[in-house]
Write a protein that binds this ligand. Structure first.
Ligand SMILES: Nc1ncnc2c1ncn2[C@@H]1O[C@H](COP(=O)(O)OP(=O)(O)O)[C@@H](O)[C@H]1O
Ligand SMILES: [Mg+2]
Length: 417
């Protein structure tokens, strides 16, 4: 399979198949449109022994072709030459999807920007459509400053290259759309978490300011009524017994509301920071189970922004909650490490463990949601997390988050506890 060249050289010519597989290898793994077009153009220039070339893509809305990548063309040419689909040689290739190969463009009557073609000294000229599924996405131009004849096999090869590039362009665009959609979803999920956190904070505040205050007021009033009854000699009546029952119940409800508040948004997290909030949380959750536990820290404690501290707290809350709910452990350790460039959390228990590979998704029952949202929260901070467990071997939950300046309070480096 022979092939002409824009500039005459006498080396052995590779077969069409070889050329195409070479381009396809060069394009594989590329997802960025500019990179794809650059590689496509350079390979075509190389194959045709050309030094001047460009790729133009069609703007679907305006019908204008714009230079995306180019080699060897003057700034003036790129600025002055504006083409619409249907205009001139490039525009007509974009419109018809039919390639044009010219021995000498400077004498062709279809040229739209004759002055520019002359001042660039363009002679041999190839314009091929970049097609994907019957649509023309743009064109590839290759030119030379000496005239040259082209053969039908050149034409076939260039069509094939154009189609290959067209499909690569379409893939890159699809990939970009997918990437954007994923990015939008990620943003949405993050906003959801932030809204949830804000809502929790609001409910916790209201529960604290209203419900909790009222409950402790009621408990005090009841206590006063009991004392009054006792003073007036009614201590053994059913009436006093009833009052005492209601009072005990009120104290109990008050405790439960406090627990609810600290689950929703521990006040300590906002005032003293992560470590005291985690200590208090572990106490309220693990102590009643008579589980031995410790909260340990390494490195100098620093404060992070409220959002970051909340994310860390929720991660730990998820892991500790799971220990309480599922582990049957005797002992649990929560380790928080303030390293120079990252913050690390490691939560270990010696419980029954589980088969991690079983949980690949959120199940209908909601099982898996806890682990999923823990991983997401750390992911949003640019960190990584994982869980290691085996039946009978306990569980380790870990997270590492890089700590940049943007996460830290510049003025408040005081320790939390
Ligand atoms: N520390 C642990 N010990 C034993 N099993 C655990 C532990 N942590 C998680 N699991 C297992 O992983 C599953 C998924 O946890 P999670 O996503 O938090 O959902 P949920 O707690 O609602 O079941 C749990 O149902 C449990 O089987
Ligand atoms: Mg859970």
């Amino acid at each position: 399979m022979g092939r002409s060249k824009l500039n005459s050289k006498t080396e052995r010519e590779p077969s069409e198949l070889l050329v195409l597989s070479r381009i396809s290898a060069a394009l594989s793994g590329l997802w960025d449109l500019d990179a794809i077009l650059g590689v496509g153009l350079d390979n075509t220039l190389d194959i045709m022994n050309g030094t001047i070339g460009e790729v133009l893509l069609i703007d679907e809305d305006t019908g204008e072709l714009s230079h995306v990548v180019h080699r060897g063309l003057s700034k003036e040419f790129l600025e002055k030459v504006r083409v619409n689909v249907g205009e001139g040689i490039t525009g007509s290739v974009a419109g018809s999807g039919k390639a044009i190969l010219l021995e000498d463009i400077s004498s062709d009557p279809r040229v739209a920007h004759r002055d520019m073609v002359t001042s660039e000294g363009l002679k041999a000229y190839i314009c091929v459509p970049l097609r994907a599924r019957d649509r023309v996405l743009g064109v590839l131009n290759v030119a030379s400053r000496v005239p040259r004849k082209f053969t039908t096999s050149d034409m076939h090869l260039l069509y094939a290259i154009g189609d290959q590039l067209g499909i690569a362009i379409e893939h890159a665009r699809l990939y970009e759309r997918l990437r954007k959609a994923r990015e939008r979803l990620r943003k949405l999920a993050q906003q959801n978490l932030e809204a949830e956190e804000e809502e929790r904070r609001r409910i916790a505040r209201e529960l604290h300011d209203e419900t909790s205050q009222s409950l402790s007021g009621i408990a005090l009033q009841l206590q006063a009524l009991i004392e009054m009854a006792e003073i007036s000699g009614k201590e053994n009546t059913e009436y006093v017994a009833g009052l005492k029952k209601v009072q005990a119940l009120t104290v109990q409800v008050h405790k439960e509301v406090s627990r609810l508040i600290s689950n929703l948004r521990p006040a300590l997290l906002d005032t003293l920071g992560l470590v005291p909030a985690v200590r208090q949380y572990a106490e309220t959750i693990l102590q009643p189970l008579e589980m031995e536990f410790s909260v340990e820290t390494k490195g100098a404690e620093t404060r992070f922004t409220p959002e970051v501290e909340a994310a860390f707290f929720r991660f730990i809350q998820g892991a500790v909650g799971n220990i309480a709910q599922h582990s049957k452990a005797k002992k649990a350790t929560i380790m928080l490490e303030y390293r120079p460039q990252e913050f690390a959390i490691t939560i270990t228990d010696d419980g029954q463990g589980f088969d991690v590979s079983e949980i690949t998704d959120v199940e209908e029952s909601g099982r898996g949601r806890g682990l999923f949202s823990m991983r997401e929260r750390i992911g949003f901070l640019g960190g990584t997390s994982g869980i290691e467990s085996e039946t009978g071997k306990g569980t380790i939950v870990w997270a590492r988050v890089p700590i940049g300046q943007e996460f830290e309070y510049a003025e408040d480096k005081s320790s939390g506890s």
